[in-house]
Every structure is written in C-alpha cells, then in structure tokens.
Ligand binder design. Structure first.
Ligand SMILES: Cc1cc2nc3c(=O)[nH]c(=O)nc-3n(C[C@H](O)[C@H](O)[C@H](O)COP(=O)(O)OP(=O)(O)OC[C@H]3O[C@@H](n4cnc5c(N)ncnc54)[C@H](O)[C@@H]3O)c2cc1C
Length: 459
C-alpha cells in the first residue's frame, strides 16, 4: 500500500509531491508531460510559453516552493501597461492618461474617466479586503475575498458605457477567462488590483521558463511519477483509498493511505465517487472559461519597439494581450541578441471564437493581428505553435462564495488541491497542494503510531 497517491501532475499535484517526497508516493498524470496549464519550452537563450507566465514571490507559497527547489525567479522586467488600440500603440506611462492618448470619441473618454474612478474606488476597498487580519485563518481571508461584491457581475457594476470604454476595460477583466457579464464585480475589481500590482500579486518571471519549476520537481520524483496514467475512479475503503486508472490504456489499481486529488474540479467531481454529496455538488458548480494561446519565436536583429515592454493589452483583437517572453533576456543582456519570443492569449469568448478553427487558421489570425500591433514582427517569425485550454481558468461568478465552505471541507482520506480553491491561480494551486501535503503528513504519522501500538500490544 502506498502512503499517498497524487492524481494530477499540474503545479498543485507537484507541490504536494514535493512536500511528500520522503514518503512512499505515486503521482499519476493523464498526459504525456507534467505541468498541466504550465507549459514552456526552451529555445536558445529564450523560452516559448503557452500557459501561466507570472508568479507570486516573496512571502508566498510560490516563493517558498521556488526557494526550496532552487528554481530562480526575478521581478518581471519592463512595462506591464502597454496598450494598442484604435491604431495607436503606447508602451508606457500612467494608465490614467491612456484615454487621452488613444484616439476615441469624446463620450468614450468621459466614460473612461467616470468608470475608471468608480473602479479605482473599489480597488482601494479591495486592497483592504485582501489585507491579512490578526488572528484569522487563510480560509477566512479567502472567504472574505470571494464575498466581495459577489452579488452582481462586473458588467452590472460598470453599467452601460460607450463601446470604446468597455473595450479598454475588457482585456484586463477577461484575463480571468470569463466575459464581463460572467465574472463577479469583486473579481473584476480584484483583477485591476492584481494588474496594477497593489498588494503584491503575481510579479515574478521564472528564469528559463515556468516549466523549469514543474520539470525540476518531476525529475526529483524519479520512478514515482507515471505519465499517460489516466485516473477513472477514487473510492474509500475503511482506512485507505483505492485508485483505479489506465496506464497507456491498460487498467490498473493502486491502494493508498491517502490521496491528493489535484485535477481541475470538472474531473475531481467525476472521479471522486464517494465524496460527500455537497462537496461533489460544489465541485460540479465550479465554472471555467477557456483559453487559446500561442507562442512565437522570431529571428530579427537589432532593437525593436517591444523590447522594453512585457505586456501589451490589445482590445478589439483576436487575443487580448501580447506578452514579451524574451523581455527576461532583454533585461540582462549587454548586447541585443537576435530574435524574440512572444506569447498571445485569448480568454473567454475570444477563445470560443477560435476553438473551432484549425491551428493554421488560428496562427494566421494571430499573425495578422500581431502585425498590426507590432509592425514587422510577423515577417521574422520562425516558429509558431498554438495551444488550447478548454478549462483555462476557474473564475469567480456571482454566487461563487457560497461554494467555498463545502469545497474546503475535508472529505475523508481524499484531499482536494487546485487553483479552483482560491483566487490567485498558481499561488492558490501551490498553497492548496502544500496544505494537503501537510495534513497528510500528520495523518500518516498518526497511522504509523497506531500501527506501532497495535504491534507492541500484539507482542
Ligand atoms: C494561457 C494561460 C495563462 C495563464 N496565466 C497565468 C499567470 O500568468 N499566472 C498565474 O498564476 N496563473 C496563470 N494561469 C493559470 C495557471 O496556469 C493555473 O492556475 C495553474 O497552472 C493550475 O494548476 P493546477 O495544478 O491547479 O491545475 P492543472 O495545471 O490543470 O493540473 C491538473 C493536472 O491534472 C491532470 N489530469 C486531469 N485529469 C486527470 C485524470 N483523470 N487522471 C490523471 N491526471 C489528470 C491534467 O493533465 C493536469 O496535468 C494561466 C493559465 C493559462 C491557460
């Protein structure tokens, strides 16, 4: 019998596996690679990236994991507030000035200033909501964040505004993978707080690309990691759990004292057949929006306009942000090396508009738009690959706060982990994986004590 079976080799499952690496563990991952929604690949001095790109640092679970695994992360270099809209591209400056620097009708400018002030007021409230309070648990704080303006959508909150005003707000809010009428007002406000860097948030780039972290952990697991191992069912026995899976299509079964279930909620709900009905029901109600992303490698020489930018918001395009992944190299090189690595991504309805097209068509649509945003880039592209994420990210919809108590209640010897348990993406995934591992270590220690006691009383 295994001490722990971990189901899902995304960052949540890998974080649990790292903390439990001195126990008898087995990690089952259905795909042929680890990382889940984290995926990058190295290309010379650069890396191509398709998934999570910015990470928490400092005194966070992510900071702990990076330090502990020896993986280096640095502050994201370059401007995070580029904007390309209505034929003009601005690479930096104060965001408040943008409505006056981007060509748009006067009504839209007025709408922008009014709505901007409304959002800024709530962002200030939000920063008090997320602040840690003395004596409270992390779960209490997370519940408060979910409850913030959770009774209406972001669209209801901003009301009817001119089309260009809405277009300017959309790229930030929809990065959540939800459209503005799906996302709760509080989560929309929270996104501005995140993007404006209030209260820390996601500010780190992983040197060498995000998969450096996931692959380092995977390498430390050796033979305790099985790829192409698809879990179908997890069921409790008296003091253990049975995990049924197919490895390369062949049915297998393994028994464990405990399980970390670190798949998206859509899968957890299905495979954990005997969790309490209210936990399963809550899992079934977690909502995800899709993402489509693409990574581009180019071979241009000499300085380019995008060299100092990290993120350029792109309203009214097929993707809503262009990200400069080579920026991490730009920040540290003496002489400008040839080439760049850019990432584009499309959340929510933008992704739904692309999911039915084949990869060649998506590439062409992206390159046409990229060429408008960054003229000249498309001529130098030497590699381009598209990735689809049907469950791109869980989002906080109006009413989502009510699910949290059931989702965070313990269900026997099966522990849930994943980004859907909180509001900070990879940071939530990592902290939930680490917390599951901590609880499991205590159960395993108790099991050992009980076994020892039984043995000595039998003797
Ligand atoms: C384009 C994009 C951009 C993003 N940007 C950011 C960002 O900048 N910052 C940030 O913090 N977050 C970002 N995110 C979100 C972030 O990537 C996720 O929150 C995080 O990676 C989720 O980790 P996880 O382990 O919870 O889930 P996942 O990564 O989904 O891992 C779950 C794993 O379970 C496996 N699995 C599923 N079913 C089974 C089964 N039946 N049996 C066995 N294994 C199974 C899956 O294959 C997968 O590997 C982004 C996501 C995308 C797609």
């Amino acid at each position: 019998m295994k001490d722990v079976v971990i189901v899902g080799g995304g960052i949540a499952g890998l974080s649990a596996a790292w903390r439990l690496r001195h126990w008898d563990t087995l990690l089952l991952e259905s795909e042929g690679r680890v990382g889940g929604r984290i995926r990058s690949e190295r290309r010379g001095p650069y890396f191509l990236n398709w998934g999570g790109h910015v990470y928490a640092g400092g005194n966070s679970a992510t900071g702990w994991l990076l330090n502990n695994t020896g993986v280096e992360a640095i502050d994201v270099p370059g401007s995070l507030s580029g904007l390309s809209m209505n034929g003009r591209t601005i690479m930096e400056g104060r965001v408040e000035t943008y409505p006056f620097r981007i060509p748009m009708p006067l009504q839209a400018r007025i709408g922008m200033v009014r709505t901007g002030a409304k959002v800024a007021l709530q962002v200030a409230r939000y920063s008090r909501i997320v602040g840690r309070r003395k004596g409270e648990t992390a779960a209490e704080r997370q519940q408060r964040i979910y409850e913030f303006l959770n009774d209406r959508s972001f669209k209801d909150f901003i009301g009817d505004v001119p089309a260009d005003t809405q277009a300017l707000f959309e790229p930030t809010v929809t990065r959540s993978a939800a459209d503005i009428d799906q996302l709760s007002a509080g989560a929309g406000v929270g996104y501005f707080s995140l993007v404006w860097g209030i209260g820390g948030g996601l500010t780190q780039s992983i040197v060498g690309g995000p998969s450096t972290l996931t692959e380092s952990i995977a390498a430390s697991l050796g033979g305790n990691l099985r790829l192409d191992a698809h879990v179908d069912e997890i069921a409790h026995k008296k003091d253990s759990v049975v995990v049924r899976y197919r490895e390369n299509g062949v049915p297998q079964e393994v028994q464990a004292r405990t399980v970390v279930l670190a798949t998206p909620a859509t899968v957890a709900h299905r495979v954990a057949v005997d969790l309490d009905p209210d936990i399963r029901e809550a899992l079934s109600k977690v909502a995800y929006g899709p993402y489509v992303s693409a990574a581009f490698l180019s071979n241009e020489t000499g300085r380019q306009r995008w060299d100092d930018a990290y993120a350029i918001a792109t309203p009214k395009r097929s993707f809503n942000v262009a990200l400069n992944m080579s920026n991490i190299v730009r920040g540290h090189e003496r002489e400008r090396q040839p080439g760049s690595s850019l990432m584009t991504f499309s959340p929510g309805s933008l992704a739904r508009g692309l999911l039915d097209h084949d990869d060649d068509t998506v590439r062409r649509i992206y390159l046409d738009d990229l060429d408008q945003v960054l003229p000249g880039f498309a001529d130098h592209v030497v590699e381009a690959e598209v990735q689809r994420f049907p469950t791109g990210a869980p989002y906080c919809f109006p009413g989502r706060a009510e699910l949290q108590p059931a989702l965070t209640r313990r269900g026997g010897r099966v522990f849930l982990a994943g980004d859907y348990l909180g509001t900070l993406y990879t940071e939530t995934a990592i902290s939930s994986g680490l917390s599951a591992a901590t609880e499991i270590r205590s159960i395993l220690a108790t099991d050992r004590q009980t076994a020892r006691r039984t043995l000595s009383s039998a003797a």
